[in-house]
Design a protein around this ligand. Sequence first.
Ligand SMILES: Cc1cc2nc3c(=O)[nH]c(=O)nc-3n(C[C@H](O)[C@H](O)[C@H](O)COP(=O)(O)OP(=O)(O)OC[C@H]3O[C@@H](n4cnc5c(N)ncnc54)[C@H](O)[C@@H]3O)c2cc1C
Length: 439
Amino acid sequence: MNTDILIVGTGVGGLFGALNLPRDKKILMITKDEIENSDSFLAQGGICMLRGEEDYDSYFEDTMKAGHYENRKESVDIMIRSSREIIKDLIGYGVEFARENGDLAFTREGGHSRPRILFHEDITGREITEKLLAQVKKRDNITILEHTTMVDLVCRDNVCYGAVCRRRDGSLVTVQAKETVLACGGVGGLYEHSTNFPHLTGDGLAVALKHGVRLENIDYVQIHPTTLYSKKPGRRFLISESVRGEGAVLYNAEHKRFVDELLPRDLLSAAIRRQMELDHKPYVWLSMEHIPQEEIKSHFPNIYQKCLEEGYDVTKECIPVVPAQHYFMGGIWVDRDSRSSMEQLYAVGETSCNGVHGANRLASNSLLESLVFAKRCAAKIKSEISGVREDKKVWEELDLSLYSDYDKIKEDYRRSIEQETERMRRHHEQSNYHEAKCG
Ligand SMILES: Cc1cc2nc3c(=O)[nH]c(=O)nc-3n(C[C@H](O)[C@H](O)[C@H](O)COP(=O)(O)OP(=O)(O)OC[C@H]3O[C@@H](n4cnc5c(N)ncnc54)[C@H](O)[C@@H]3O)c2cc1C
């Protein structure tokens, strides 16, 4: 297949990138699963927006503090400054956010010093992603292929020319593209307990590693403090941070509060784990008793319903919660325009690392970060696409027999990510030790 731009992934990063690309370019989007099965559909809590100039310093500081000041300041600034424009774009595409007397309503989550999060009930991600998808479907220049998995990049001398993909029936397809965008989401599928879809297994990272594309902080993985405890295997159901933002509290086994519920996620997860050990229990309790019943049902209808299905009426009783893998701060290193270290290869969304989140993400910054940097990616591609290189020989020499054993490829990719994560973890440990020792 031949296309101008190949986008791997149909979450918010991929979709918003596609919508911002020129309409006269041929765009092919592929997704490993069904279109609706991306983490973007799962986002509950909301999306941040700079409310006004007076909130800039505080929003910047909250993001930096949550990220342990390891964030790239330039990226944080770009994200915050672009937030109003992005929200305007979303509303223009038909996205509806909660309102109070006609004005946008804001909620608060852990790590935020004031309410600055827009939401749509507790299904903000679904609302945004569905509306973006509807727009993408209207564009004649964009084609989406479901159940089509990128298994490798086709590249030579640090230039990317497209990808090798695998269809559901096991057949292989090669996609020649002038520009390739990796928007493949996070790594939750590599973990036993995660809030992510299991097919999100860090494929973008694996192919980047294979071809020497620069990665950053891939050991920085966020654990969400509150997911519904269950003995069943599979994806963990998230109890959004905004539930705590609206007044839910955590109790230990003796029904006593033991922590500030609005601590940043990493600190709160650690406190919960400590409490679980002290209590000798695989969970702690979360109570919504301080949130009015009507608000629970209107602001958190999805959480209310899901808990009912699991046998808990949150308007009357506590629910057991446990930390689980949730988000990936590291990824393919990209610059301010989402360019990777390989020519003609971009990365956006959770797959990428533009440095916004530092060592730990502030709640509700990831949808925004994905959208902001996907739009910048599209603008850069627009300005660069006319000068891209082509290499006919790379396609002639491509040996597709190397991709016949998909199970082995998956296993190799998993192993290479695990090894590199461990290497980076040790590197971070040593440099922290060095810093502590040398000041
Ligand atoms: C339960 C939950 C709640 C969340 N709540 C919030 C929130 O309230 N606010 C917020 O800001 N963020 C939230 N997040 C995080 C946010 O949803 C994600 O970071 C964001 O949606 C990531 O978007 P993405 O486009 O990068 O990836 P995704 O939406 O995960 O999409 C990845 C895409 O890549 C495709 N893909 C992967 N590998 C391949 C391959 N090899 N070949 C082809 N396709 C591939 C997948 O099929 C999918 O289409 C939440 C996340 C979860 C899991």
